[in-house]
Each structure stands twice: as C-alpha cells, then as structure tokens.
Design a protein around this ligand. Structure first.
Ligand code: C2E
Ligand code: MG
Ligand code: MG
Length: 663
C-alpha cells in the first residue's frame, strides 16, 4: 500500500484551512447582517406608521381649527376626511395588518386602543360640529392633543431606536465589510499559497522530468558507448554487426569483421600506470578513427580490444588491417614518454566464413588468436585450419582437466651435467602426460592449453610439489643434486606465488638452496613490481633463477640487471648446429661471455653430441643438458641413472663417448 506523505498533507492543509476559515467567517457575518437588516426594516416600517399617524392627527387638528375658527376656508368634509384618515390608520394599526407592526410594538400600553375608543367618542362630537363652536373644538383638540403627545413621545422613542439600530447596522455592515476585506486577504493568501504550492510542485515535477530525460539519454549513451574513448561499446558493436549482416544479406554483399588486441598493453599499464594506459587507449581510438571510412563501425570491445565492421570485400579488410598494424606500431608520446606497442588483428568475412554475427565473431577471434600466437604485430584471416586447431585445443583441455583430476600426469627428470667433470649437478623437472588412449602428448601441446584454460597454476603447483618430494628423497639417498622447475609466465603473474612455493618447500622439507626456477625471457620482460617482489622474496629464501631458452626472446637485456638471476640457459637452437655454423659459435660465445661478465653460470640446452659438448667446454660453458647426457627420465630411471653416474664421474670427466652412451 502507498504510504501517506504526512508532511505534504500538512503543507496543503494550511492554505485549504485558511480558505475554509475565511469562507466560514464571512458566511457567519453575512447571516447576522441579514437578520439585522430585517429587524431594521421592521423598525422603519413601524416608525413610519407611527410617524404618519402622528402627522395625520396633526393634520386633523389643524383642519379642525381652521374649520371652526376660519369660516369658509376649509369644509366640513375636509375635516371629516382627515379624521377618517386618522380613524382608518388607527384601525389598521390596531388590526396589525400588512406593512404594519403589531399594535403592542408601539410600546405604550394601549395607546392605539385608547385612541380608537377616543376617536369613536370624537366621531359623535364631530358629526354636528359647526364653525365657531370653539368649545366643542377645544374639547376635541385637547383630547386629540393628549394622544398626539403620547404619539410624539412614542415616535421619538422609535426614531431614537431607529438611530440606534442604524448605528448598529452600520457597525454590522462595517463588520461585514471588514470580514469581506479579511476574507479577501485570507482567501487571497490561501489561494496564493495553494497556487504557490502547486507551482512549486509543478516546477519540481518538470525538473524531475527533465532530469529523468537527461538521465535516460545518458543511460542510453552509456549503454552503447565507451566513456573513455567515446567509441561505441560491445553492445553497440553487436547491434551494428547484426544490422550490417542483415543489410549485406539483402544486397548480397559481404561484411568484414576485424577484431584487434593491443600487444603488450598490460605491460604499459604495469610499467607506466593506468592513467598513461588510458591516454594510450584514447590515442589508439583516434588513430583507428583515422583508418576507418564513413559507414564502417568502430568500437572498443573491452580493455585493449577493438573491433571494426566494414561492408566491403576482403581486399579492403586486408588494406585496412595493414594500415592499422602500421599506424599503431608508430610510437606514442604520452607524458614525455615514448611508448611503443603493436597490435594483432583477426579478420573473418560474411558470408564466406560465417553467416551469423556470433559465428563471425568466433571466427575473427580465432584468427586473432592465431595472429597473437604467431608472433603478434600482424593480422590473420580466418582459415578452417584455425578452427581445427581450436577444436583440438578444446578437446585437449577437457582431457587435461580430467588428467589433472585423475593424477594421470608424471614428472620426468633430465640431468644437468658439469661439462668439465661429468658430474650430475642437477635435473630439470619436465611434465609428462601419457593419455590412456591417445598416448604421449608433448608439453609443447598441453602446456599452452593449460595456460589458455587457466590450468597452469594447478599444474605448476603439482609439478613443483612432486619435484620437491622427489629431490628430498634423492637427497636422503645421498644424491645432493639441484632441482630445476619450469615456471610459466602466467604463474609468475599470480599474486601469491611466493607464498605457495615457500609453503610447498616447508611442507616437503625441500631445501631452497637446491631449487632453481626456470623462467623465460618473456616473463622476465614483464617488469612489474609484483614480479620483482616475488623473485626477490624467493631469492632471499635461497631459491635461484635461470633464464630459459636464452637468446630467443627479447633483445632488451636490462632485466638481467633488475632480477636476481643465477643461470642463463642457452637455447637449443644455438647448440643444434654449433659444430658446423660459425655464426652459432659466435652467438654462443657471446652469450657465455655476457653471462660470465655478469657473474652468471651458463647451462647449454640440447647437447646431443660429444662435439657439441667439447666445443661448449672449450668456450668455458660450465653446464650442459641434452640427449647426449640423458633424455628426461621417470623418477625410477633417474635414480638408477644417478647411482650409475656417481660411479662413472671419473670416467665421464675424460669425455668418453662410450661411457655416456651406456649411461
Ligand atoms: P624447456 O624448459 O626448455 O625444456 C627443455 C626441453 O628440451 C624439453 O622438452 C626437453 O625434453 C627438450 N630437450 C632437452 N634436451 C634435448 C635434446 O638434446 N634434443 C632435443 N631435441 N630436445 C631436448 P619438453 O620436455 O618437450 O618440454 C618442452 C617445454 O615445455 C619446456 O622447455 C618447457 O618450456 C615446457 N615445460 C615442460 N614441462 C613443464 C612444466 O612442468 N611447467 C612448465 N611451465 N613448462 C613446462
Ligand atoms: Mg626449462
Ligand atoms: Mg629451454
């Protein structure tokens, strides 16, 4: 039920009360005035009748005197006429008929009755009155005079009464006029207040209406726009895509959908802060706006994702993609800083690739993924093979989840050898997955799937725990070797990585000084506070770090100075042809010199031959890892290997190929 707003009721009651009060006051005054006018009218009438009778008595008296004293000027009939007038008026007054007040109201007892009786008596005297009969006349005059005196006193009294009534009436009228005046003011005030309240209410309602309209407009704008760049948002983009596909369907034309993602935008945010990131996005939006034409739709779909829909053939999309990649590769100058990013674009076409907005989005997304996976800073058009790869990835993802749940993964260990002495210094833990039906699935297949599906923290934790348990076991068996575990860039990005690792060390009693974590250059490049804090904390706890696949990543080596790195692992691609290729030798030597110059140890990856091992030894590379020394092995096999190697160390240091092979 609607609740009553008592404050508002009270507000409106005030002017309405004033109106009611004013009306009531005047109504009451008008009522009393009417009564007074009535009584005044009666008084006037009574007064008039009495006055007339007194005058007629006077007339009769003077007619009588004239008739008796002044013979001939007035006739007897005239005297009788004025007598009759007195007679009849007295009669009428006594009867109390119309226009006259009741007799008693003369307020002099039986004045009228007495007069009437007296007139009866006089009538007899008058009948035979003759001029000159002064005595008779005096009798009549005396009699009439006494009544006339009484009449005069009554009339005077009535006149006084009339004056009083008149005064009272004037006062009453004055009262009414005042009442009317007051009513005028009160009524006016009431009406004014009421109208004022209504006006205020109306103004308020209008304002609320205007505000609502403004808000609706803003909400509609926000619903379809991105406030940072002013471009359309995802909702707007989806709507536009539906519309453009419908139009293309009717006109039998094609639509190109470009989805783009800025490469390394997160790093910009992490390194320069969000305000700079926002500024960069704004400039990106401006540059993109310059690449599109009228009729194309450009929108920001989220974070650093943008989309463009163009109603043209694929060739136009190719030209536009090329232009965008070039335009966004140009440096951005923000806050006196020069920032470089790049962009990856995925393109799909209607109706060639997909026929609905959803499938077109999906296909462009796949093409974008492909552009990202194949080195970024490029564009890709959708191909069926991308979908096949995605399906494969999705299928693997399902199987991998299952494998993790069912503990179907294993950790294998590949030895890391001191090139000089042949001593096993450590092992690298490598995840292994043999699916019951599909057989062996290499890490190069399932690690990216785990990263993409968000399973890498779980997988990484499992591998690390397993490796710690195993290394403790070997230490207890007298093999004091190091354990190297790979760490995905995505693991490094998790906030509580250091806590988790230290907790596992504690839980398994593994000694931190025997643990090395292998990181790729890519993860090191993410120069964030968090990365630095994590690495510093773990390093302080005794853990060492190795840069894996060194030489394949970024050319910027500044990170080597910022992070607590202990080893460089030269990528297999340099070692593969080291015997034959002078360039590779130069590169490898360069890396070794760089590492030594920075006080780091070097581990050469992928040593497959004795020659490679010898060249590396000659280059002062301390450690090596590769099939030449041993492939990754199961826990059981590596233990046997360690046992065997312990007794072969002396032989190994001489560099006997046969001994290595037998190992
Ligand atoms: P990686 O860390 O560089 O590991 C060395 C890779 O080179 C291993 O491949 C190893 O089997 C292979 N290898 C070693 N010696 C030779 C050789 O002489 N010849 C040839 N052809 N290959 C050699 P694998 O086990 O297939 O692993 C591939 C990559 O997968 C690893 O490269 C690592 O980046 C990743 N990976 C493996 N296990 C894990 C894991 O538990 N966590 C994470 N994050 N990544 C892992
Ligand atoms: Mg590694
Ligand atoms: Mg490697």
């Amino acid at each position: 039920m609607k609740s009553i707003n008592w404050k508002r009721v009270a507000l409106y009651a005030l002017p309405l009360g004033l109106l009611a009060y004013a009306s009531f006051g005047v109504w009451e005054n008008l009522g009393s005035l009417r009564n007074r006018v009535d009584s005044s009218y009666a008084l006037t009438t009574r007064n008039d009748e009495g006055f007339r009778l007194e005058m007629e008595l006077g007339t009769f008296q003077s007619d009588l005197i004239q008739y008796v004293m002044d013979e001939g000027t007035i006739s007897f009939d005239d005297v009788m006429l004025s007598f009759d007038l007195v007679w009849s008026r007295t009669q009428v007054l006594n009867d109390g008929s119309i226009y006259t007040a009741p007799r008693g109201q003369f307020e002099d007892g039986d004045l009228l009755l007495d007069l009437q009786k007296e007139l009866h008596a006089l009538d007899a005297l008058l009948i035979d009155l003759k001029p000159g009969e002064i005595k008779k006349m005096n009798t009549i005059i005396r009699s009439v005079s006494s009544y006339r005196d009484r009449m005069v006193s009554v009339v005077n009294k009535m006149i006084q009464q009339r004056v009083d009534e008149s005064n009272e009436l004037r006062l009453a009228l004055q009262h009414v006029v005042e009442g009317l005046d007051r009513m005028h003011t009160e009524f006016g005030l009431g009406v004014f207040l009421f109208v004022l309240l209504l006006t205020i209410e109306t103004v308020k309602a209008r304002r609320a209406e205007a505000k609502l309209k403004h808000r609706e407009k803003r909400v509609r704008y926000l619903a379809e726009h991105d406030t940072l760049t002013g471009l359309g948002n995802r909702a707007y983009f989806n709507k536009s895509l539906g519309r453009m596909i419908d139009e293309a369907k009717q006109d039998e034309e094609s639509v190109q959908l470009l989805l783009m993602d800025l490469d390394g935008f997160k790093d910009v945010n992490d390194s320069f802060g969000h305000p700079v990131g926002d500024e960069l996005l704004k400039i990106v939006a401006t540059r993109l706006n310059q690449c599109v034409r009228d009729g194309d739709e450009l929108a920001r779909l989220g974070g650093d994702e943008f989309g463009i829909i163009i109603g043209s053939p694929a060739s136009a999309a190719q030209m536009m993609s090329k232009r965008i990649v070039e335009t966004l590769a140009k440096p951005f100058s923000i806050d006196n800083k020069e920032i470089r990013i790049s962009t990856s674009i995925g393109v799909a076409s209607y109706p060639e690739n997909a026929k609905t907005p959803e499938t077109l989005m999906r296909d462009s997304d796949m093409a974008l993924y492909d552009a990202k996976a194949s080195g970024r800073n490029s564009y890709r058009f959708y191909k069926q093979s991308m979908k096949d790869a995605l399906d494969k990835r999705k299928g693997l993802e399902v199987l991998l989840r299952e494998a993790l749940d069912k503990n179907q993964l294993e950790v294998h260990y590949q030895p890391q050898i001191c090139l000089k002495t042949g001593q096993v210094l450590g092992v690298e833990a490598l995840a292994r997955w043999t699916h019951p039906e599909r057989g062996f699935i290499p890490p190069s297949d399932f690690i990216p799937v785990a990263e993409h599906a968000g399973l890498i923290p779980q997988l990484g934790e499992w591998v690390f725990r397993q490796s710690c348990i195993d290394v403790v076991e070997w230490h207890n068996a007298g093999h004091h070797i190091r354990m190297s575990v790979n760490l995905s860039p995505l693991q490094l990005a998790t906030a509580n990585l250091a806590d988790e690792i230290l907790a596992i060390l504690q839980e398994t009693s593994a000694r931190s000084e025997f643990i090395t974590l292998e990181l790729t250059e890519t993860s090191m490049m993410k120069n964030t506070r968090q990365t630095k804090d994590t690495l510093t904390r773990l390093n302080k706890a005794g853990i060492r770090f190795a840069v894996d696949d060194f030489g394949t990543g970024y050319s910027n080596l500044g990170y080597l100075l910022h992070y607590p790195v202990s080893y460089l692992k030269i990528d297999r691609s340099f070692i593969m042809n080291i015997e034959a290729s002078n360039e590779e030798q130069v590169m490898t030597r360069g890396i070794i010199n760089l590492a030594h110059g920075l006080g780091l140890s070097v581990v050469a990856e992928g040593i497959e031959t004795l020659e490679q091992s010898e060249i590396l030894q000659e280059m002062q590379c301390q450690e090596g890892q590769g099939y030449f020394y041993g492939k990754p092995m199961s826990k059981l096999k590596i233990l046997l290997y360690l046992e065997k190697m312990k007794s072969n160390v002396t032989l190994l240091s001489t560099g006997s190929r046969d001994v290595m092979k037998s190992a």
